[in-house]
Design a protein around this ligand. Sequence first.
Ligand SMILES: [Zn+2]
Length: 110
Amino acid sequence: MSKLFAIVRERCPRCATGPIFAGLFKMNRRCPVCGLEFEREQGYFVGAMYFSYALAIAAVLPIIAAMLLLGFAAASIYIVSCLFLVAVSPFLFRFSRVLWIHLDQVIDPR
Ligand SMILES: [Zn+2]
């Protein structure tokens, strides 16, 4: 339960206390509490793109489905979906990285 709470609060996967982010898009290089290095190597966060894709699809599918059921034109659905994804992109960026760091810590704890 504390792991899930740490993910939701964007906290370190090892100590569940230190914040992963120092700003909206700025990450801490290391956990300020336990010193865990968040970016282990160059290109480490490429894997977070998989989470980002999945989260984006999960976020936009209900909107697309609702607009299709309400009879909106494809162009309208496309524009609304794109605007929605731009609006939630900071959340997707942050949360996909948090999920990636936590998954990596489960697979290869350090
Ligand atoms: Zn920590």
